[in-house]
Design a protein around this ligand. Structure first.
Ligand code: ADP
Ligand code: ADP
Length: 225
């Protein structure tokens, strides 16, 4: 079964159509990257997958369920934002635990799972700090940990490395690849960075003006430019 099926998904802002009958099927465990210049519609499609943006037309299925009219929390997804979107008044522990608390998971179980994901991301010693006391890379790790702890069917990443300096960006890119190797969670990852697309993607969706220009493995895309 496909993890995500987009069927003729269209987005209009008023009379301005920014996504045109977008068709895509994402396999379970697949890492798909949306690549393209600013304004091509990458974020809009991702935000429709997340439920943060209404779908004008078409049908979206995630983990076997049509989700067009479902809010983010009722979709089997977790999203990592470019600006991390951490809660500044909460500790790292509480930021990571946030999604589970709402699900009424028992306290001891929450603590165990927070420690698990924190150790996968090297955050064990920062759990009592507030986000402002962390570096950008550490904050992004917290955002990834917060997504991971929900064990969703699908991870959505919106340009997660754009706010990091080049060195940290390389480091985190490798870390995200490693996490995907071990967790295998279906992932849709938005970027305008070719290197990220080339090194992370099973398949790249190359977008232009709200349409798919090319779709294929990194090798296929770069051998037929
Ligand atoms: P990308 O993520 O590839 O940079 P976006 O998905 O953000 O592109 O934007 C795609 C198009 O939709 C752009 O032309 C942008 O101006 C337009 N757009 C995005 N959000 C809105 C909005 N809230 N209202 C009107 N137009 C928007
Ligand atoms: P919740 O009901 O826990 O807020 P959601 O699934 O609605 O869960 O949102 C997931 C996370 O993304 C939450 O931490 C929420 O604050 C954050 N979030 C939602 N919308 C946005 C947005 N537009 N920009 C940044 N963060 C957002």
């Amino acid at each position: 079964m496909a993890a995500i099926v987009c069927k003729e998904i269209t987005k209009r802002y008023g009379n301005h159509q920014v996504v045109h009958k977008f068709d895509l099927s994402v396999r379970e465990n697949e890492f798909v990257v949306f690549l393209g210049p600013s304004g091509c519609g990458k974020s809009t499609i991702l935000r429709m997958l997340a439920g943060l943006e209404e779908i004008s037309d078409g049908e979206l299925t995630i983990a076997g369920k049509v989700v067009n009219d479902l809010p983010p929390r009722d979709r089997d997804i977790a999203m990592v934002f470019q600006n991390y979107a951490l809660y500044p008044h909460m500790t790292v522990f509480d930021n990571i635990a946030f999604g589970l608390k709402r699900l009424k998971v028992a306290k001891a179980e929450i603590a165990r799972r927070v420690r698990d994901v924190a150790s996968m991301l090297g955050l064990e010693t920062y759990l009592e700090r507030k986000p402002a006391a962390l570096s950008g890379g550490q904050q992004q790790r917290v955002a990834i940990a917060r997504a991971m702890i929900k064990t969703p069917a699908v991870f959505l990443f919106d340009e997660p490395l754009s706010n990091l300096d080049a060195k940290l960006r390389n480091h985190m890119r490798v870390e995200i690849a490693r996490l995907h190797q071990s967790l295998k969670t279906t992932t849709v990852y938005v970027t305008h960075d070719q290197l990220e697309a080339m090194t992370l993607a099973d398949r790249i969706v190359l977008l232009k003006d709200g349409r798919i220009e090319q779709l294929g493995t990194p090798k296929e895309i770069y051998e037929n430019p």
